[in-house]
Design a protein around this ligand. Structure first.
Ligand code: SAM
Ligand code: DTB
Ligand code: SF4
Length: 352
């Protein structure tokens, strides 16, 4: 990080200021975003997370974008909670292919208390492999958040999805305030927050600005900010939504980077539908995390080899798992060696 250029972190962005960033000439916006990015991160490193759907489909919520809602006929086969051993196997495979974070997602409105012993055992097992852990299980109350934190969960993903104004067009079965409360419970329990949204749902630019304003004015910025491009799934209410112009998507990434300089901004769902050039521009705009592996939760993601070829073309390296100060030097070195080995195998595959 180049501290001399590090801008002050702000939590008081106005909608007018954010709209003005969106309105900048594209090159000016990209330059500003890339400058902020370079002040805080190595611009040639991208964090790699792998998703795993631990409980698929039959969700009671009505999120208009989601293939897993029981209200829409998307042809998805429902699956019950995955066995802990199977989750650990998946995590091992993700680690072997180079991921440093394993994100477990469940199609729940919120976890039931009977589910908690299973999910906390999953956290412990995945963590023991030397991976960062993340879960997204829906709404959490204070005690559930604390249980997950006590089990060692590093991140909790819970998205705001869109602006407060547009939210009611997309979801009616839970409120914006419900989401903010879950996020507050996650923070209070001491976990890191992964929170972002989806673009391309028919919202206006002002809604994209509104989403980013909510995120950037939280008392602590989410450590991880996934920006998803809507994956249009047949049977959902948004299946025929018009495509968002890729430049509008890139502007959203760039503004997120400027508003939340120290957060990892994730180029999330929608990469399968994006060409390499758009993805490269997203990295230039300050995205520095991706979901890696052939599947997101239920929809396709680019093949791992394709991603590694792109990384190679762009000179991007997977970001090493951040080593915490309380870890011993020996442990740090083992983690480093494992990452190097995983990286070698990724680039070897890419060259085939
Ligand atoms: N059920 C939990 C919840 O909604 O809080 C966790 C899983 S849910 C699938 C996680 C996130 O995936 C959603 O908040 C949404 O942002 C994202 N997502 C779901 N379907 C999507 C789609 N078709 N395109 C892009 N993002 C999507
Ligand atoms: C997030 O923001 N995006 C991920 C993760 N958090 C859980 C999920 C994307 C899901 C895309 C649709 C699917 O594969 O079901
Ligand atoms: Fe259920 Fe989550 Fe999908 Fe909404 S986004 S329908 S809560 S799985």
């Amino acid at each position: 990080m180049n501290a001399s250029f590090a801008p002050t972190i702000r939590y008081d962005w106005t909608r007018t200021e954010i709209t003005a960033l969106f309105a900048l000439p594209f090159s000016d916006l990209m330059f500003q975003a890339q400058s902020v990015h370079r002040a805080h991160f190595n611009p040639n490193e991208v964090q790699i997370s792998t998703l795993c759907s631990i409980k698929t489909g039959a969700c009671p919520e009505d999120c208009a974008y989601c293939p897993q809602s029981a209200r829409y006929d998307t042809g998805l086969e429902r699956e019950k909670l995955m066995a802990v051993e199977k989750v650990i196997e998946e995590a091992k495979a993700a680690k072997a292919s180079g991921a440093t974070r394993f994100c477990m997602g469940a199609a729940w409105r919120s976890p039931k208390n009977k589910d908690m012993p299973y999910v906390t055992t999953m956290v412990q097992g995945v963590k023991a492999l030397g991976l960062e852990t993340c879960m997204t299980l829906g709404m959490l109350d204070e005690s559930q958040a604390q249980e997950l934190a006590d089990a060692g969960l590093d991140y909790y993903n819970h998205n705001l999805d869109t602006s407060p104004e547009y939210y009611g067009e997309i979801i009616t079965t839970r409120t914006y305030q419900d989401r903010l409360e879950t996020l507050a419970n996650v923070r209070k329990a001491g976990m890191k927050v992964c929170c972002g949204g989806i673009v391309g749902m028919g919202e206006e630019e002002n809604d994209r600005a509104g989403l980013l304003q909510q995120l950037a004015n939280m008392s602590e910025h989410p450590e991880s900010v996934p920006i998803n491009m809507l994956v249009k799934v047949g049977g959902t209410p948004l299946e025929n939504e018009a495509d968002l112009d890729p430049f509008d998507f890139l502007r959203t990434i760039a503004v997120a980077r400027i508003l939340m300089p120290q957060s990892h901004v994730r180029l999330s769902a929608g990469r399968e539908q994006m060409n390499e050039q758009t993805q490269a521009m997203a990295f230039l705009a300050g995205a520095n995390s991706i979901f890696y592996g052939e599947k997101l939760l239920t929809t396709p993601n680019p093949e791992a080899n394709k991603d590694m070829q792109l990384f190679k073309k762009l000179g991007i390296k997977p970001e090493a798992y951040e080593v915490h100060e309380d870890e011993s030097e020996q442990e740090a070195s083992i983690v480093h060696q494992l990452q190097e080995a995983a990286m070698d195998s990724m680039f070897y595959n890419a060259a085939k």
